[in-house]
Every structure is written in C-alpha cells, then in structure tokens.
Design a protein around this ligand. Structure first.
Ligand code: KE4
Length: 432
C-alpha cells in the first residue's frame, strides 16, 4: 500500500474549505481513527485512490453500486442522455419510464414522486402522512436512520450513531417532541406506545431491515405485527427502503417479507449512482401531493434526465432472471466464510446479513437484535479490522454501524482475496 500522501494533502486542504473536509460525515473516517482516502476512479468492484492504491470495494457508494462501478450499460445510457442536455426543469419521457418501472417492481406502489435524495423521500413521506391523517406524531426505531431531516435526528443511526451525536443541535424541541423513538424488534414497547399515543400517530417509519446500526434483521413476526397494529389504528406504515429497495429482491424488503406498507421511500440503487430518490404508495394517499393535492413538495432537479437514465438502466438490469440468485450465493458464501475464519481465530464477532448486505459486529457472540445491543459492539476492534483490511486492499465502511454491500461485479476471485486478507487479519487480532 503506497503511503496516503496525496489523500492526506487533499484532506488537509479540504478541511480548510469544507466542514470536516467532507460533504457527508461518515466519509471522514473519524470513528476508525483514520483520515479518508480520496478516490480517483472506480471500475467493477474496484475503487482506486489518488495515491495509486486499489481496493476491492464493499461500500459501493453506500449502496447504489449494486451493478458495480462504471457499468457499461449505465454509462452508455447516461452518455446518450447527455447528448440532449443535462436538465430542463420540465417533464420528460424518462420520468414516466422510471415511474412505470418502479410501480412494476415495487408491489405496494401505485403512484410515485421522484426526488433527488433519500432524505427528500422520507421527509416528504412524513409530511404527506401527517397531512393525510391530520395527526402530528411519528414513531421511528432507535438506531434507524432516515436521512437528516429534523424529524428523524432522534436516536438515529448511521453517522449520528457513529459520531456519537446525541441527536442533533438545531432541531427545535417541538419537532423532536413529535418524534417517538422506540427499540426495534420490541413488541411490548410498540404496543405500549400505540395504546398510549395511537390516536396521535400519523405514521410509523421503519427500515424493514435496519442497516444503519449495522444490519439487524427483523424478528420474523415484527413486520407483520407492525403492519397489523398500524392498520388497526389508521396509522400509516412507511417502509424506508432507501437501502433495502431493489437490494433484497426486485421489489425490495416488502417483496422479500411479503409485508405491504402504505408508503415506501427509495433512493441509492434507484439512481444507479446518480441523485434519485422517490416516495410512493397508495394512490389515494399520493394524490394528496401538489399539484394534484394540497401537500407541497418540489425539487429543481427532480427527475433529472441523466439520473433517470441511470436509474432506468439499473432497474432494467436488475429485472433480468437470476440476478438476485447470484447476489445471494456470493453474499451467503462471504458471510459463512468470514464467520468461520473469525471463529477459528478466536475473534468474538457475529455476522448478520440480509440479502447482499451484511455487518460483522465485533464483541458479540449472540445475535444483535437492536440499537442498545449494537452500541455495545467492540468498536475499537472494528477500527483495527477496518484499518488492516484497508491496508490489505479491502475497502469497508469506516464504521461499525454500517453495512458491507456485495455487487454483481464482485467475482469469486475477489471474494477469495477478501477471505485471504481477513484470515491473516483475524489471526493478527486474535494474537493481540
Ligand atoms: P440520502 O439523503 O443520504 O440519499 O438518504 C438518506 C437515507 C435514508 N434512509 C436510509 C435507510 C439510509 O440509509 C439513508 C442514507 N444512508 C447513509 C449510509 N448509511 C448514506 C451515507 C451518508 O450519509 O453519507
């Protein structure tokens, strides 16, 4: 591994111009005690930094790159779109095509609005739920992350958990008071809050498989129970599928678990690496959105021609037969082999997986079922593992509270190289 000389120089300069030197906190690598490598380019499952180092990439831009980087079909579609301009601020055919594709693939979506990020999708869905129900409060789950809108920065996951920020300064107490956060997978806590506050709750928003406290699969009855108990109280159920959408199955977690929410939020994969988010669901709810209805939401670059071209092509590739079987085989193998290597070297860790996303929780030997448990992870051990893997050419999320993402571009030889590196590192950590 070449010294990270240029990355360090760039980071020093970036820190004088951009808060923390990054445009999104988790990229700063603070929690793993490192400074970030600056990326020059990426291809397939490989990412290359400015100092000439190459890595097998398991971050995949935090989820969008399920086809791998620089996919030739996606690149071609964007290049074709580019020939005709970059943004018009007027409706285009591609927005219809992407809407049709989303509605075709995601079982519960009858109507959809495109935005430019996952945060825009979730904040709009919450506003819509409040307008539709006439109620103000929402329920989220500790450790789940739904983007950085005020309503969600209460016991949130991802960078909020990684950086140990207690919520976020700047969120008015009145806003935070309308957000109730309870433990994930906790039926009693859910029943208590619904019995106490049910009539004031507009919506429950949930990552159907939380991936922002690390990957924490739902208890098998949790999502069906959530669906039943919200429906009984006319509370809208919102699935935040920004990560799980098009990841766990063509129709996301709602197809995978066969549980249908009232609204779904999408992002990441839907843009194929370009900025696209979306929210959609029941037609009677979505028709409340302006200009059809009174609930206002807007965006200059919503449905952008380049981004929709990338998104349509990505979803078309994902619609081909056998794609998810390939992802499942590789991800299952990776989880099994890494788990075996850790155990045989005496490393206390548990690997939790849902489809082609997984997290290795260090310091555990039984399932991590919620945020309280996840926060007890051995984050120092994770930091050591992260650094050693990076030095071995394996690029992981710089936080215990994130996921590793497998793409269609990861070949068996790439997985073998990953296992070889991990075995050496587990041996080293086991002897410390
Ligand atoms: P964006 O606004 O970052 O596009 O999406 C917000 C969001 C919403 N919902 C879920 C379930 C999410 O995971 C996210 C964003 N995920 C983080 C990584 N865990 C993005 C990485 C970052 O913040 O830089």
């Amino acid at each position: 591994m070449e010294e990270f000389l240029l990355s360090r120089q760039y980071f020093d300069l970036a820190n004088t111009l951009i808060p923390g030197g990054v445009n999104s906190p988790v990229r700063a690598c603070k929690s793993v005690g490192m400074t970030p490598v600056f990326i020059e380019k990426a291809n397939g499952c490989y990412i290359h930094d400015v100092d000439g180092n190459s890595y097998i990439d398991y971050v995949g831009s935090w989820g969008p790159m399920i086809l791998g980087h620089n996919n030739h079909e996606v690149k071609g579609a964007v290049q074709n779109a580019l020939e005709h301009g970059t943004s018009f601020g007027a409706p285009t055919w591609r927005e219809i095509e992407l809407a049709e594709k989303i509605i075709e693939m995601v079982p519960s979506i009858e109507m959809v609005r495109l935005v430019s990020s996952g945060t825009e999708a979730t904040m709009s869905a919450i506003r819509l739920a409040r307008a539709f129900t006439g109620r103000d409060k929402i329920i989220k789950f500790d450790g789940c992350y739904h983007g950085h809108a005020d309503s969600f920065l209460v016991k949130a996951g991802s960078g909020v958990a990684t950086l140990g920020i207690p919520g976020s300064p700047g969120v008015p107490s009145g806003t935070a008071e309308n957000t109730i956060s309870i433990p994930f997978n906790d039926f009693n806590a859910l029943e208590d809050v619904l019995n106490k506050e049910g009539g004031n709750i507009a919506a429950v928003i949930v990552e159907p498989v939380p991936a922002n406290m690390g990957v924490v699969p739902p208890h098998e009855d949790f999502l069906p129970t959530l669906r039943q108990w919200t429906a009984e109280r006319d509370i809208l159920l919102i699935f935040d599928e920004v990560i799980t959408g098009f990841r766990l199955a063509p129709g996301g977690a709602q197809e995978f678990f066969d549980v249908m929410p009232d609204l779904t939020c999408l992002g990441k994969i839907i843009g194929g690496g370009l900025p696209v988010g979306a929210y959609g669901g029941r037609r009677d709810i979505m028709e409340q959105i302006a200009p059809a209805g009174q609930v206002y939401q807007a965006g200059t670059l919503s449905g952008n021609p380049l981004a929709t071209a990338a998104g349509i092509t990505t979803l078309n590739v994902l619609s081909r037969p056998g794609i998810y079987d390939v992802l499942e085989e590789k991800a299952a193998t990776m989880a099994d082999v890494l788990s075996e290597l850790a155990t045989s070297n005496g490393i206390a860790c548990i690997i939790q997986r849902a489809g082609s996303i997984m997290t290795c929780f260090f310091g555990h030997n039984k399932p991590v079922i919620n945020f309280e448990a996840a926060m007890k992870s051995d984050t120092a051990m994770y930091a050591r593992f992260y650094k050693e893997m990076l030095m071995s050419g394996i690029y992981l999320a710089p936080s215990q509270f994130e996921a590793a993402f497998i793409s269609l571009a990861h070949g068996w030889d790439d997985l073998d190289a990953t296992f070889e590196a991990a075995e050496e590192i587990f041996k080293k950590l086991g002897n410390q």
